[in-house]
Design a protein around this ligand. Sequence first.
Ligand SMILES: Cc1cc2nc3c(=O)[nH]c(=O)nc-3n(C[C@H](O)[C@H](O)[C@H](O)COP(=O)(O)OP(=O)(O)OC[C@H]3O[C@@H](n4cnc5c(N)ncnc54)[C@H](O)[C@@H]3O)c2cc1C
Length: 361
Amino acid sequence: MIRLLNSDFLIIGGGIAGLSTAQRLLQQGALVTVLERGEVGQEASWAGGGILSPLCPWNYPDEVTHLTTHGAELFPAWAQELRTATGIDPEYEKSGMLVLPSFDAQAAEQWCAKHSAYPIHQVCAKHYNLLQGDALYLPEVAQVRNPRLLRALRQHVESLGGRIIEKCAVSDIVVKNGRVKTLSTPSGKFNARGYIVTAGAWSKEILGQHALRLDIKPMRGQMLLFKFDVSPLRHIVLQDNLYLIPRRDGHLLIGSTLEDVGFDQHTTREARDMLWQRAQKLLPSLRDMSLMQHWAGLRPASPHNIPTIGRHPQLDNLYLNSGHFRYGVTMAPASAEILLNEITGAKQPFDVTPYQAGWGT
Ligand SMILES: Cc1cc2nc3c(=O)[nH]c(=O)nc-3n(C[C@H](O)[C@H](O)[C@H](O)COP(=O)(O)OP(=O)(O)OC[C@H]3O[C@@H](n4cnc5c(N)ncnc54)[C@H](O)[C@@H]3O)c2cc1C
């Protein structure tokens, strides 16, 4: 059975990449349907910390800097647009980020001098009630609350006329004469004019032979959640890969691990103890707190953290917006804009050819 949806675009995967792409296409007047294997916004996009910056931005190549910087610039207006349209506040907040030792101070200073959007200050961490000496403070770093952002995004997509079909896993991409013809799902076949894969860590598996040399794989990250009466920190605090993210209402997130364990989404006692103990060294009051929640998500990991965004090199009506690895929330508004520009032929905000390299062609 072929289901004719009269859709201009079928989007595979309803995480932040899929929903932000759907939103931008709908705003251009396209008809859009999102096919989601489970429920939208429940995988990596839900699991993340919502820091709107690379952890130590000076450690990444320009391709990551361009996308994260542009994403961070677009975010305040995007969050406000969603809040106005839906009444759901994603709690965008410029809370700043403190980077504790050890870090390469010279590399950080050189990088920040080159990228004026990232001012940086040398500070003493003792002023922030942390048990460390010298630190770097990045005042422009913002955060958002992922579950709220996703709820707002879903509601906005639906209010713009987008169709979301959940519990609908795409099992096959059927190709004929150099074009995608249909998508197979247990609920039948779907077809459209254009097809966009935004299936996060599962993107390569869905593309099958059409993935060419795409290198996107799952990378597990575990997070802990605590609740204080009053937030114990004013800023996001980062030390190596450990970060503490204070929310407005006293919630404190602690993350994260980087585990190459395939599609295993279990949490582990080792990771819980490691994160909790390391965080206690920075914030001793955590010792007496009860753990509220512990979860794991699968990041769509790409080499050098550079996602693939754009048209498939061989299949004319197939697009990808995936592989954002550690920064898919930060990059989301910029990636959706780049994909939309590619589809409509509009001018790009910067050179986007590096985001085609992932196909390996
Ligand atoms: C612990 C952790 C902390 C993080 N912290 C941050 C942070 O602070 N800042 C930041 O910017 N980023 C962060 N990230 C990264 C960010 O969350 C991801 O890069 C981003 O969410 C990826 O979004 P996505 O939409 O590509 O993937 P996902 O959110 O995983 O969405 C993919 C969707 O595709 C669906 N799908 C899969 N297979 C199929 C199929 N066959 N058919 C239909 N649908 C399918 C899935 O069910 C899923 O809903 C973090 C990630 C983790 C795990």
